[in-house]
Design a protein around this ligand. Structure first.
Ligand code: ZN
Length: 139
């Protein structure tokens, strides 16, 4: 009898009614963020009310996918057992051209050359048939 290899699955997003359009768009390799119909503020993460004026009925708009690295850290030990074979990897907060910031990974980038302020563009990591994750690479 052969033992099954021990597998630890990667933590994945569980879309809520508010975030479902974001994750559905990510599957199509589109980065959607919300915009307030009243004051035009762009908003991320997905939510019910505008963070500036409280208005409801936020609309979904396609983001440019461009931004800059606001801050980052290089994980040299895995932050989760499922990421053990990925070290070192870059965890970053990217400030989108539209204003909102999102937590993500920087890919196709030497961890020793990553810098705050580096221009980046969105890419998508297809984890499985249900989930694609927005990540960013140097532009
Ligand atoms: Zn607003």
């Amino acid at each position: 009898m052969t033992a099954e290899p021990f597998q630890i699955s990667r933590p994945l997003p569980r879309p809520s009614p508010f975030s479902r359009p974001f994750w559905e768009a990510a599957k199509r390799h589109e980065l959607l963020i919300q915009r307030c119909p009243k004051c035009r503020t762009h908003i991320f993460y997905p939510r019910y009310n505008c963070t500036e004026c409280g208005a409801r009925d936020l609309e979904w708009v396609k983001a440019s996918g461009k931004g800059t690295i606001y801050t980052y850290t290089v994980a040299r030990r895995p932050t989760h057992p499922a990421f053990a074979d990925r070290v070192p990897y870059i965890i970053a907060i990217v400030e989108l051209e539209e204003g909102p910031r999102l937590t993500t990974n920087i890919v196709d980038c030497d961890p020793d050359s990553v810098r705050i302020g580096t221009p980046v563009e969105v890419a998508f990591e297809d984890v499985n048939e249900e989930v694609s994750l927005p990540v960013f690479r140097p532009a």
